[in-house]
Design a protein around this ligand. Sequence first.
Ligand code: COA
Length: 415
Amino acid sequence: MGKALDGVRILDFTHVQSGPTCTQLLAWLGADVIKVERAGEGDITRGQLRDIPDVDSLYFTMLNHNKRSITVDAKNPKGKAVLEALVKKCDVLVENFAPGALDRMGFTWERIQELNPKMIVASVKGFGPGPYEDCKVYENVAQCAGGAASTTGFDDGPPLVTGAQIGDSGTGLHLALGIVAALYQRKSTGRGQKVLAAMQDGVLNLCRVKLRDQQRLARTGVMHEYPQYPNGKFGDAVPRAGNASGGGQPGWILKCKGWETDPNAYIYFITQAPVWKDICTVIGREEWLTDPRYATPKARLPHLMEIFGEIEAWTKTKNKFDAMDILNEHDIPCGPILSMKEIAEEPSLRKTGTIVEVDHPTRGKYLSVGNPIKMSDSATEVTRSPLLGEHTDEVLAELGYGKDEVAALRAEKVI
Ligand code: COA
């Protein structure tokens, strides 16, 4: 079966995490992704956080599946000629260099347009135009500048970053959508365009509900579903909400059996209003159904912490999976806190291809996260990440370079 992006060629100038997430996704959707790296070192992540000496790290392998790798010195005129040939041949150039680096290489938007007016140039940057546009940015900087850190954590603690890579991988996903949309628009305009996804913007987009809350707070001075209500104080900015749900249905993380020794023996529990009767029945507090302090969602809001305490007295008697089974029989929304170990070992995730085992020539077998997007007519087969420069000869041959020319470029350390 074909793939959604069959025939689309991507010149992949990305490195580290944000850009590679984007191009990996495009590769999974069927695009031919040619990753350009510097000879000798390649993407810095090949050597970062290594668990096996001299072998591409999991950081690299897990972000660069289904791609081809070529090594080219972009600052050498002969290397530049190779890249210009690729610009003419490809549909999209994706990059996440520090601001200005692509221009300094000689690939300004104007030059790329001259070479290929249909080229889509897609960039991840830390910030959009404004005071910080020239700054280099990594994941946690974006989480802080995009509003995630100030709204994550507990009221009595410092701002917190989250383990979900919303700045890097999140922005890569945004960029991929922009690229696919630009390819679609090109069908009618015949022209390429610039696509920019700034990490601050991507994080803020994912923190949309917190900007919602900022405006609610400014208008009313209080937010009833936040743990600060009714006994704590609200300031003039959205506070950290601990494990509150962030939506209209109150939720919290509760201890389960074994929590004293297992750091993940917890369950997320949502006191969804339509199943309140079931919640009271399951935990044995039927009297709440008629008690006016608990009978309606509004009446419950000032007692939420007390209610969760009572529910926790029940969840502490069950392990998280048993609790999940019982609660799901009643359609009570809840979710076990799964460790990465549990996720890695979960058979259903292996079955759907969300967790895949990949074989690598120097690393051997390892686990990766497969394509989270499942399409009925564009199935994803995850193939291993390329070795540094593994496809240089192949790609140069496709560009019309003869064997002797390739050998000469190699001797001159251009490739
Ligand atoms: N041949 C020759 N030179 C190459 C090359 C190649 N194939 N590939 C990269 N380079 C050069 C670049 O031209 C640049 O040179 P210059 O500074 O002289 O212009 C240099 O390598 C380094 O690029 P840079 O992007 O500045 O890397 P860095 O390691 O210093 O910074 C980041 C890393 C991530 C901070 C920075 O790239 C950045 O802010 N990117 C945008 C935001 C982003 O994506 N952040 C998240 C990363 S997960």
